[in-house]
Write a protein that binds this ligand. Sequence first.
Ligand code: GLP
Length: 240
Amino acid sequence: MRIIQAASREEAVETVASLILERILRHPSSVIGLATGRTMEPVYARLCEDAVAAKASLAQTFFFMLDEYVGLPDGHAASFKHYIRTHFLRPLSIPESQIAFPPAPEQDGPERYEALLKESHGVDLQLLGIGQNGHIGFNEPGSDKNSRTRIVRLTPETISANRSQFTDIIPEKALSMGIGTIREAKGLLLLATGKSKADAIKYLLNHHDDPACPASFLKDHPHFTLVLDPDAASRINLKI
Ligand code: GLP
């Protein structure tokens, strides 16, 4: 695991955006896994800005969403589909033929998503955030290291952490790539910012393969980069 401790939140965001853009510039036909959440909003803003400045062509790049709520109407304002359209696809005029969204559960969503991932020869670089309880995607504590894409029930902590995004329906389930699925990506890039993530990061660094912290299942991945801002790193003591 490579840990990058940034000097500020801006620097952490800039680091993640430039690692993604570098990958796309070096290998334009990359497959990139996209995460959502408040942490990622400035990353997409920066990535869009940098891609325009670099005159980067993303026309050959393909994207996969990491997860999606179950039970929201398609494109609902709180859905991850809406999020990624707003923060990433529209600003860069990326057509939706270049992204895979998890199919609805009633259309064999998990199995079809796994098949799509296989067809595209997997993800080259998977962007990840982390929940306050150490969840990855929507793989909540108790998830299996080898879990595949599936429908998961959200914990009360996750529902309450994300509650402010909902005004009407509050989803209790989601479709998420599994930990085993995520681990198959060739590279993993996890960003944690803010004090609310400090405990999860401390726990992550002190535990290996611990079901109480799903992110700990990623630590033995050969290409796992963890980027932290000073607040997220405030409870750890790393010599740099
Ligand atoms: C959600 C998403 C995760 C994300 C996490 C943290 O549960 N499924 O992919 O990492 O929230 O979100 P935030 O960045 O808003 O703290």
